[in-house]
Ligand binder design. Structure first.
Ligand code: ZN
Length: 218
């Protein structure tokens, strides 16, 4: 089935779009070692948003992968991870912002950031910058040492690796190709985003039987 939406995100950019319950979102790292920040809000009430805290509470792990559910701040399922070619993503760190580069990197002057790219692309959907929470950082490789220190390591994603998520409600969604040097092993690369309609449900057994009975000679 061809995707209903297909976007190639240039390095250090983002996008915003709507999804319906049941649709599948595929995020692909076409060149490898690139992070993509994902955030979403309920379409009928944007005060409901993807929650790192709720998700980690219920999964009881910081390393989310195939089979895990990503929850909203109202503890409703927003996404299910259906396929995961990489097995390492981060849900602890906020999207990189102008201040991230000032405070951590000591950058002077403007530096592109996921936060700005999400704010810009979610504004048309009525999402204000101040309500953008911790993002699900696809392919970001963060390790917690025994002392509690966080280490940001190069992503484990290789060229063509992807993450596939099923939407569990109608949502407003933002996705980026991350702008931070630390997250992406010192370089910036593109991200590919595809939205697919849900595969058709196989007919229920009762339907099959009645269809057969109807076509059988009397
Ligand atoms: Zn970023």
């Amino acid at each position: 089935m061809p995707p209903v939406l297909k976007r190639h995100l240039a390095p250090q950019t983002g996008t915003g779009f709507l999804v319906r319950e049941g649709q599948l979102l595929r995020i692909t790292d076409p060149q490898g070692e690139q992070v993509s920040d994902l955030i979403s809000f309920a379409r009928d009430d944007s005060r409901e948003w993807l929650s790192s805290g709720r998700t980690i509470d219920y999964a009881n792990t910081i390393y989310l992968t195939t089979g895990h559910t990503l929850y909203s701040n109202r503890s409703r399922p927003m996404w299910t991870i259906v396929e995961d070619a990489v097995g390492r993503h981060d849900f602890l760190l906020t999207p990189c912002s102008p201040e991230t580069f000032t405070i951590i990197y000591g950058t002077t002057g403007h530096h592109p950031s996921c936060f700005e790219n999400l704010a810009k692309n979610l504004a048309p959907f009525g999402i204000a910058p101040d309500v953008i929470p911790t993002t699900f950082n696809v392919f970001m490789n963060v390790v917690v040492t025994p002392s509690g220190e966080l280490q940001i390591l190069p992503p484990r994603s290789k060229a063509g690796d992807h993450l596939l998520l099923r939407a569990e409600m109608d949502m407003i969604v933002g996705v980026t190709a991350c702008s931070a040097e630390l997250s992406n092993n010192g370089s910036f690369k593109p991200i590919d985003v595809e939205l697919l309609d849900a595969p058709p449900e196989p007919p229920a057994r009762g339907d099959l039987r009645s269809a057969h009975a109807a076509s059988a000679p009397m």
